[in-house]
Design a protein around this ligand. Structure first.
Ligand code: ATP
Length: 511
């Protein structure tokens, strides 16, 4: 089994064992690709939301939030293009009966060639050391050139086929590349078909087509239809943004890889309304701002990269993804899209209402352009969890499993631990609990030896443990133990609140 499968499995089982993520309705054997967040998962999720919401709304005076309904008037989805165009090309393997996304099969095929190139480069780097010039190597090495040519050719044909919605050409490309079912190796494929990803349901008393309603496949449309409400009531001037966190639903053809791809998930989206003609400037601004937001967490700068879209969505004039090195490899974590005036114009057209901004500087009304940032909350959760999960060997030869979750996001910020369960120590510890509990999520634990209690806190990513011992009764000091360094320091209880805030506050990410 590949190492990345092992890593993902270890993360999934750790997440379950410690109350982060459970399979949905597990007592009925679960529902595929549906998960429940447990007692620690919900805390981590809320902290990620809070970090995003703070970065968007508090750090930008011109960005405000909303919380729109999941159900929307069905014409919304006609106008947005989702009824006609929110499709994935699917293909079935006739032997294994497994279903795949045709574009994903091709992307995985290209990724294999990409991996070959990376390997050649690594080999050469080791051989030539400091003298190595990657650019020159890429331009001259025959193996790299061959692999790159192959990628370019497949990419060009895939782009042309997707843009023309030419499903026959897509199938032909899969055959020409001799792509086999990744699980069984069979090349016995059906034709490629389009599959709409929106979930449909029916509205209460109305029957037939008139009652059909969709579960929103993205939160963005709730922002667009409220553009004027917010602009007018908030007296907003361009450029300004509307942020929203909420559930979205997509009937994904294959949903797997834990919480990476689910049919019900949560998005954190921000639509930034700008003057037409300035959108590329803002697109670049947000690319930069968003990568900084991610990197500030300290999960490792090498874990992020930008990926420009091959095929632009029907609404975009520029688009890229921020990819993260998940246990399954680099995959999309966030999308940044320059959506032009597509959505607002379409809503004008379908609703007959004007969705314009009156620019007092030029005395003109126009439909603003939009730059969108859209990050999956669940994917962000997986990025944090998987990259912070470490099994380490300590100097004394023992093992410890630790979640090095960025302290500002950690579900439990501090554990309060009386060294023994007698001599007035629990009472003193309760005082410490009272001092901290309003501002910090904490756990009180007085069971087992102190070493075992530390390990339990390491396993759930608690950045700080506070130990109360007999001396604490005399000197009103406690010992703070840091999760990552395992270093200990003794400080007065009077300074504890500030010390915990310093280590676990969000301000450290906004320098
Ligand atoms: P993908 O190519 O992986 O299907 P997408 O390009 O369709 O994703 P967007 O429409 O740009 O995704 O959605 C914005 C963000 O929402 C994504 O970057 C991702 O983090 C998240 N997201 C999208 N689909 C899912 C899903 N099925 N499960 C969890 N998160 C998702």
């Amino acid at each position: 089994m590949a190492a990345h499968d092992d890593k993902l499995k270890a993360v999934i089982s750790h997440a379950k064992e410690y109350g982060f993520v459970f399979p949905s309705s597990e007592i009925y054997d679960g529902l595929s690709a549906a998960y429940d967040y447990g007692q620690l998962g919900v805390e981590l999720k809320n902290n990620i939301k809070n970090y995003w919401w703070t970065a968007m709304t508090r750090m930008h005076q011109n960005i405000v939030g909303i919380d729109a309904s999941i159900f929307m008037h069905p014409t919304t989805w006609k106008a947005s293009g989702h009824v006609d165009a929110f499709n994935d090309p699917l293909i079935d393997n006739k032997d294994s009966k497994k279903r795949y996304r045709a574009d994903v099969l091709l992307e995985e095929y290209m990724a294999k060639s990409e991996a070959k190139i990376t390997k050649e480069i690594e080999k050469a780097k080791n051989k030539f050391g400091d003298a190595f010039n990657e650019e020159q190597f890429r331009a001259t090495n025959p193996n790299v050139l061959r692999a790159q040519e192959k990628i370019n050719a497949v990419e060009a044909r895939m782009k042309a086929a997707l843009e023309a919605s030419d499903l026959v050409a897509l199938k032909q490309l899969i055959e020409d590349c001799e792509i086999a079912d990744p699980e069984t190796g069979s090349r016995n494929w059906t034709d490629v078909r389009q599959f709409n990803l929106m979930f449909k349901t029916e509205l209460g008393a109305v029957s037939g087509d008139a009652g059909i309603i969709y579960l929103r496949p993205e939160t963005a449309q709730g922002i667009f239809v409220n553009f004027l409400n917010v602009q007018k009531t908030g007296r907003m001037k361009l450029p300004f943004g509307i942020a929203q966190i909420g559930k979205a639903f997509r009937n994904e053809i294959i949903a797997r890889q834990f919480i990476f791809r689910m049919r019900e998930f949560e998005q954190m989206e921000m639509q930034y309304f700008v003057k037409p003609g300035t959108e590329m400037e803002w697109y670049n601004y947000w690319k930069d701002a968003r990568i900084q937001w991610h990197k500030a967490l300290g999960l490792g700068n090498e874990n992020y990269k930008f990926h420009d879209h091959i095929k632009l969505a029907h609404y975009a004039n520029a688009a890229c993804d921020i990819e993260f090195d998940f246990p399954m490899g680099f995959k999309e974590l966030e999308g940044i899209h320059s959506r032009t005036d597509f959505d607002l114009k379409k809503h004008e057209e379908f609703s007959g209402k004007k969705l314009r901004f009156f620019d007092p500087e030029t005395n003109e009304s126009y439909v603003p352009y939009v730059v969108e940032t859209s990050v999956g909350l669940d994917r962000m959760f997986l990025a944090v969890l998987s990259s912070s999960f470490v099994e380490e060997k300590l100097e004394d030869g023992s093992d410890r499993t630790v979640l090095r979750i960025p302290a500002g996001l950690a579900p439990v910020k501090v554990a309060v631990l009386p060294l023994v369960k007698k001599d007035g120590l629990p009472e003193k510890a309760k005082e410490v609990v009272d001092l901290l509990k309003l501002d910090f999520n904490l756990q009180y634990d007085d069971k087992d030896a102190i070493g075992r209690r530390y390990r339990r806190q390491d396993a759930i990513g608690t950045p700080l443990c506070v130990t109360i011992d007999n001396a604490s009764l005399e000197d009103n000091c406690v010992t703070i133990r840091h999760r990552d360094s395992m270093k200990q320091e003794r400080i007065p209880i009077a300074q504890l609140h500030e010390a915990v805030r310093e280590v676990t506050g969000l301000n450290q990410y906004f320098k």
